[in-house]
Design a protein around this ligand. Sequence first.
Ligand code: NAD
Length: 425
Amino acid sequence: MSTAERNVSLDQEINPWEAQNARFDFAARKLNLEEGLWKLLRTPSRELIVHFPVSMDDGRIEMFTGYRVQHSIARGPCKGGIRYAPDVTLDEMRALASWMTWKCAVVNIPFGGAKGGVICDPHAMSKGELERMTRRYTSEIIEFIGPETDVPAPDMNTNEQTMAWIMDTYSMHARRTVTSVVTGKPVNIGGSRGRIEATGRGVMVACDECLRHLTLDRDSCRVVIQGFGNVGSNAARLMMEAGYKIVGIADKEGGLANPHGIDIHQLIGYKDRNQSILGFRGAEAVPSDELLVSECEILIPAATENVITSRNADKIKARVVVEGANGPTTAVADDILAEKRIFVVPDILANAGGVTASYFEWVQDRQGYFWKESQVNEQLETILRDSFDDVVRYAEAHNVNNRIAAYMLAIDRVAFTIRQRGIYA
Ligand code: NAD
């Protein structure tokens, strides 16, 4: 079974929009999806590009470009993160928006998919510049977003402070406080308990389910994690606390390895103080790309896209890959991992803890009634365990890998809803 052409160029292989289309087409064909629905679901419904000015600290005016892409509102308002990075592209936004539609459908929550981003180098900007850029970007996309239409959340290089600025800007224009316009806010202003660590918690639940499914033992499980931001550091901490041995952490500037396990509490404190994991004394320095192909039972790519490609997939030694990041594996690499019989928990299932807790936050904001953290965690874990079972059973029943099973399950749910509603065409 092959999801992708093997002899594509690396540029094509790592284009996330091509990667999503390759999986979508394969899953749609397996489902015998009608041609009209196929065309409808392959195309994002709205794409907004904005160019806007920001006053920089030195008095200059700088122009920035931002995007918001909405893929589908069939099952509810759009939902999806906002990222700040120099290499944000429209194709990346399209892919991430589509993945959000499939992710929400896999965990069966009533949202469609969207994604937004601004081309910028957030690490070279002051807090004041970031605040002004966030507020102006929000005002440029203000007709596009709202609690009933499209609800942003944090993603790469954005956080609860960014969400607080967006909520405040939206509320200033609305002349009333509208907390449910974004999720991932500070708890004090309508955020949900448990949201910050929810994606990492979901990754851990996926790992637990893999162990159960493959009858592996947690105590003898060596784990390597790429990325030590929100997803990676929370997954690492929760998993260490649960008894997993984290033997490698690969971050942007370099990696760390310790066969006896890295003390993640100490490493989090170290990164907070130094803004980097380099120089941490509780582990040996190792190049990040070496860690990705090192000996371990579980590999968790939790940094960015396209880190497992045709260039390194055949060298991966992990028994299980649990995708904390969005799009870390290319379609060509999927086939190589399948040949090696590596058990992959795809991104649209493995990192769905974030959007699930975001759904809880949106519900709490609209009710004005806030849950205890234990309630958030319990409901999150139930949804993710059930979704894992759904995907693995679907894969077995249709003789496809977990990623294609997750796509098929999701496409089937969205298509069913559209057939019920009818197509206004
Ligand atoms: P983040 O900005 O908090 O952290 C990203 C981390 O990855 C940083 O530590 C950075 O140094 C590292 N990194 C970046 N490029 C790297 C590379 N090439 N090699 C090694 N390390 C690298 O971002 P995040 O919120 O943790 O998101 C990480 C991934 O998870 C993204 O793909 C994002 O879309 C996805 N995701 C995030 C959430 C969430 O709730 N934050 C939810 C679902 C999916």
